[in-house]
Write a protein that binds this ligand. Sequence first.
Ligand SMILES: [Fe+2]
Ligand SMILES: [Fe+2]
Length: 189
Amino acid sequence: MKPIYITDEEKEQAKLWAQDSRWVEHKSYYEDAEYMECVHDIMDSPIFQSMDNFIQHGNTTCKAHCIKVSYMSYCICRRLGWDYRETARGALLHDFFLYDWHTHARETGNHFHGYTHPRTALNNAVKHFTLTEKEKDMILRHMWPLTPVPPKTREGMAIVYADKFCSLAETMGRVKRWVLYSFGVKGTV
Ligand SMILES: [Fe+2]
Ligand SMILES: [Fe+2]
């Protein structure tokens, strides 16, 4: 398997991109026709759009987070010559659990969202979309190594990487904006 290698400069650019949801708010992904060709049925569905009602990390919604992870995994796989279509689709639905996880434990008594949400996301995804076995595995195994079984495919591993990268950047972006706000830098938070 080819290593997922990006230069330090690319990593820095990717971090800034992942911290900032404006790329998603401006729907810039529509400019990439090849990407949209892979995901338009999911992207344009009201149920997918409803993920905008739930916050994932910092002030990033579940929808914005899933689009970022999908686009980053798609770019990685395209560059490495891997299957980018299923990757873009699996990643777009990887957190399709459809609830606010911040209040979920209080409301349902389920304190194990981190472990259980991949299965919930998969159950929801198969209810609304037609998925390949590979896409199903990508959704179910994306939390590895928190959940013990790794994805079966290298594309699934690309999603694991992009998910961790974006989650960290989104959380750090929030912290950074709070620090700047505390020091009175306008236009933050
Ligand atoms: Fe997740
Ligand atoms: Fe995620």
